[in-house]
Design a protein around this ligand. Structure first.
Ligand code: ATP
Length: 272
């Protein structure tokens, strides 16, 4: 049998954890989503476990972003969307009016493909969330900003220019700033939608290191096209195809023992 590692020619760096530790923070049961008559998510049964990195991988248009946005209730605003099934966050259904969206967003941060800092200073970008949550004390805000930028491995690069525009940062720095902005609200989960696909290899490496360094504090679900990236940083990988999850398991297990569903064409990105 050919191991998936050999097929992608790279060994995963994943730290294996005891499966019994795994505790779902998100669970979806029979999740279906339609844009009009187009069936974008088909009967998704997936858990995102606490303090793990879950990679969501698959070809363009297979529903990865739609799935991620459903977890943060961002998809409902699109016109003509209908959803069935359940999505629970810590056991509570989040769809419809079951959980106010502000409550969910106070616990869940989102990072997009294209870095999207606010047109404000570096400091104000990071302090924004804590201010929204009512923190006004300057010393406290200073401390949150510093700690968040340190966790995002950006502090040393920006500590002398905190009050300059975030737009003066490079793309990779802007993406780490967006992650720092999420970390400043002390989130339980960060959802990342191809956070490195617009970045050069050095910046990508920094973000992957950053993900590894924060994963003991925060649960991460990351959409990626990149099989090698999934093997490098995730504890669990879900493989999407045509709106379905065709395989899902712990990354080491699934990459060491891939089923026939993960064909060479799928792995090599030839999706037909
Ligand atoms: N707002 C929308 N309205 C209608 N159809 C949509 C909308 N957003 C996505 N779709 C369709 O839903 C399907 C899944 O799209 P989605 O963006 O979730 O896929 P993806 O796997 O994230 O793709 P990519 O890797 O290219 O970002 C696609 O067929 C897409 O065209």
């Amino acid at each position: 049998m050919t191991l998936l590692h050999e097929r992608i020619k790279e060994k995963p760096l994943t730290i294996v954890r005891n499966e019994s530790w795994a505790k779902p923070i998100y669970e979806t049961n029979g999740l279906n989503l339609w844009y009009g008559t187009s069936h974008a998510l088909k009967n998704i049964e997936l858990a995102i476990n606490e303090r793990e990195v879950t990679a969501i991988i698959g070809p363009s248009g297979c529903g990865k972003s739609t799935f991620l946005k459903t977890l943060n209730r961002m998809v409902e605003t699109a016109t003509d969307v209908s959803i069935s099934g359940n999505v629970t966050f810590k056991g509570n259904n989040i769809l419809g009016k079951a959980m106010p969206v502000e409550i969910l967003r106070s616990k869940v941060g989102m990072v997009f493909q294209k870095p999207n800092p606010f047109p404000k200073s570096i400091y104000e970008n990071v302090a924004f969330g804590p201010k929204v949550h009512g923190i006004r004390n300057k010393a406290m805000l200073d401390n949150i900003v510093e700690e968040s930028l340190k966790k995002a491995a950006l502090w040393d690069e920006v500590k002398d220019r905190l009050h300059k525009s975030a737009y003066g940062l490079s793309g990779g720095q802007q993406q780490r700033l967006c992650i720092a902005r999420c970390l400043a609200i002390d989130p339980e989960v960060i959802l990342m939608d191809e956070p490195t696909s617009a970045l050069d290899p050095v910046s990508t490496h920094k973000i992957e290191e950053l993900i590894r360094s924060i994963k003991n504090d925060v649960t991460i679900a990351i959409v990626t096209h990149n099989m090698q990236q999934a093997s490098r940083i995730s504890d669990r990988t879900a493989f999407f195809l045509n709106g379905e999850v065709i395989e899902e398991d712990r990354t080491t297990t699934i990459f060491n023992n891939p089923s026939d569903k993960l064909t060479d064409d799928y792995i090599n990105g030839r999706f037909g």
